[in-house]
Design a protein around this ligand. Sequence first.
Ligand code: 5GP
Length: 116
Amino acid sequence: MPPVEEKTIFEKIINGEVPADIIFENDIAVIIRDINPQAPIHALIIPKKRIDRIEAAQNGDAELLGKLLIMAKDFAKSHNLTGFRLVINNGQQAGETVPHLHIHLLSGRPMAWPPG
Ligand code: 5GP
């Protein structure tokens, strides 16, 4: 997919231009509550650096991507979540709607496999 130039909703949230329920923030990312939760706990781990989607990530993003996963498991631990699912949707066919890389963290209900 081609790169998208205009600001996404996530950049506006990161910049404080649009309000969001920010659960956690550090120098590299924010964790917010999803506005349309698909599980009792549905958080989004969003890097402050704009990477459109995982297919656009570069080798130089490896450390950042690793840190996002560490943030996700730290979030799960701090919320006493023993079962949780991490999801990255890449491309419209996979359900991507915001072209700014993010990891969904879903928990609080049983989950089926394969996912729909
Ligand atoms: P995607 O479909 O791209 O994998 O995930 C985008 C997610 O962002 C969706 O789950 C959607 O509900 C969430 N989302 C879209 N707009 C907003 C918003 O303005 N605020 C918050 N908190 N979440 C949003």
